[in-house]
Design a binder for this molecule. Structure first.
Ligand code: NA7
Length: 535
């Protein structure tokens, strides 16, 4: 590409969000190019190729609803598909919708600079080339910039140090090795369960235990698949009306109103069903009622104690300092039973954090361990991390990092004042929900805004400070209506941003629901994008 080129739109990122944005931009006849740092499509599913990486959401709505003649032809094989199955789906969609030819791989964007005089962005790539564009859509992922904690003495470690979310770049050899995993979130739990039978010794370095729910995965039979396909319309209309973007309806029940036997039976049924069922389908008030939540948390703690043979290990694995959902719950397959294996050792980092001595030995939880491989499954700089990794300079050269230094500000999660024609898809402050249904609608909305701006001969559009104020207040209201903010200082969930050392706690996601969020965005669009600033 050359700087002389002037595109209508540049999309950054070829994950679910970027592919959707590219699709909608092409549908709108915009001259669009997608830039992707990796050498293929997938985003999260491109980079996270660690053993047994897979979704926590059922395949047929961890998907797109647009272009049904294409998206519905993809035959999902597993209820909770592996990362490679999801990547296969995204490759298929990109090919079938003729999107791949508009993608440039191995193209890492390092700087975005707005020119007030021409109302264009210059997009600088790491290889020194650049391109200009009237609009930029960032689709860089809400959970993509790795959180790599500083471990004292880590430079002395002589084995392989691996970041789980960069597995694709440097996959380690693990068979017969002494392996340590730091982190027991969704990634750590998947890795730990998959690695235990493969490695010689596995050390699980746990700081905060989480609630791990059974996945109960299965292969989708032809008969089941035919049933899914024949009810696709209904599935997606329910997805659109649900706060978490799942094809469910509210139960109308509170856990406090059920008898102890009814509660136990229902929790058991949902536990057997697997996935997030126990959180979303048993009762409606686990996120807002301490009492109801406690019933579910106690049920899960009993499950942990019945699965783990050693009571002291079970105690360490049972969460005690946050409600069920106070950290994003994890879905696993035989996770707790893994700790009954002789080669799996649970290290409690709350006793003593990790450090590495000058001889390269790991000191953690009061023990000294020799490791060949240390895996950091330590999560992400959520929400703002991936955008902030790019140097973004808006009106009059102001840096986005400076605009956010006292707290992240977005106009309903779509854009930021002072950064014209820069739109986020799956940016910070968007719904805490099933992501593919979210990002496809955000992408459609962003392209509608671009089309509207051009059709009305405006040269730029941006969020307003007033819109940002309203949205900040709405984010706080929605978060504090749940019981999850109360323990956030102590357990630092990624949705409160303070999982990253040194980052202040702030509400990183919208807890008001996927359905409500898109009602709001639709209202804004229907009112000719009222509240946004056009020039
Ligand atoms: P998470 O859920 O943020 O988990 C990260 C894990 O790493 C968590 O157990 C952390 O413990 C642990 N961690 C982070 N830093 C440290 C340090 N310095 N020392 C010890 N332990 C540490 O990330 P995931 O990748 O598992 O999942 C992210 C999301 O992706 C998931 O929620 C799904 O939405 C998909 P902590 O809890 O902070 O004590």
């Amino acid at each position: 590409m050359t700087e002389r080129e002037l595109r209508d739109v540049i999309v950054i990122g070829a994950g679910f969000a970027g592919i959707a944005a590219l699709h909608y931009a092409k549908q709108a006849d915009l001259d669009v190019v997608l830039l992707e740092a990796g050498s293929g499509v997938g985003g999260t599913w491109y980079w996270n190729t660690y053993p047994d990486v897979r979704t926590d959401t059922e395949a047929w709505y961890y998907s797109y609803s647009f272009a049904p003649e294409v998206t519905r032809k993809w035959r999902w094989r597993q209820r909770f598909p592996s990362g490679s199955e999801v990547r296969g789906f995204l490759e298929y969609i990109s090919e079938e919708l003729n999107l791949t030819s508009s993608m440039r791989f191995n193209s890492r964007v390092v700087e975005l600079r707005w020119d007030d005089s021409t109302s264009t962005w210059t997009i600088q790539l790491s290889d020194g080339t650049s391109v200009r564009s009237k609009f930029v859509i960032t689709a860089v992922g809400g959970l993509s910039a790795p959180n790599v904690p500083k471990i004292p003495g880590i430079e002395n470690f002589k084995g392989s140090l691996v970041v789980s979310s960069r597995w694709a770049a440097d996959p380690p050899r693990l068979e017969g090795k002494r392996v340590g995993v730091i982190g027991t979130g969704s990634t750590g739990v998947q890795l730990i369960t998959a690695l235990a039978p493969v490695v010689d010794q596995l050390y699980v370095l746990q700081r905060t235990p989480n609630f791990v729910l059974p996945r109960n995965n299965y292969t989708i039979t032809d008969e089941h698949w035919a049933g899914i396909v024949s009810t696709y319309d209904d599935i997606w209309s329910r997805v659109r009306r649900h706060y978490f973007g799942y094809p469910l309806t509210l139960t109308g029940r509170s856990a406090t109103e059920a008898s102890p036997e009814e509660r136990e039976d229902l929790f058991e049924l949902m536990w057997q069903k697997g996935g997030f069922s126990i959180f979303l389908e048993a009762f409606d008030d686990l996120a807002v009622s301490q009492e109801s939540n406690q019933f579910a948390a106690d049920f899960i703690r009993r499950k942990i104690r019945s699965a783990v043979a050693d009571p002291a290990t079970a105690d360490l694995l049972a969460p005690s300092n946050h409600p069920f959902g106070g950290k994003r719950p994890v879905i696993g397959s035989g996770y707790y039973e893994t700790f009954n294996r002789e080669n799996v050792h649970l290290i409690d980092l709350r006793r003593a954090p990790i450090e590495v001595d000058t001889g390269g030995r790991i000191h953690a939880g009061g023990e000294v361990i020799d490791l060949d491989v240390l895996i950091l499954a330590t999560g992400f700089d959520a929400g703002t991390g991936a955008i902030s990794a790019i140097d973004v300079f808006g009106t009059e050269g102001h840096a986005l990092r400076d605009a956010w230094k006292d707290g992240t500000r977005t106009h309903y999660g779509t854009s930021t004042a002072g950064f014209p024609n820069l739109l986020y898809v799956y940016g910070p402050q968007t719904p805490y929900a099933n992501q593919p249904p979210c990002v496809e609608r955000s992408a459609e909305w962003a392209v509608d805004l671009i089309t509207f701006t051009r059709a009305n001969n405006w040269s730029s559009v941006e969020g307003s400070a007033a819109g940002e104020d309203t949205w900040s207040a709405a984010l706080l209201d929605a978060a504090t209506a749940t019981i999850f903010t109360e323990t956030a200082d102590e357990v630092r969930p990624w949705f409160m941003s303070n999982n990253v050392e040194g980052k202040r706690a702030e509400v990183g996601v919208y807890f008001g629901g996927y359905d409500r969020y898109f009602d709001i965005l639709d209202e804004i669009r229907d009112a000719d994008f009222d509240g946004m600033v056009f020039r």
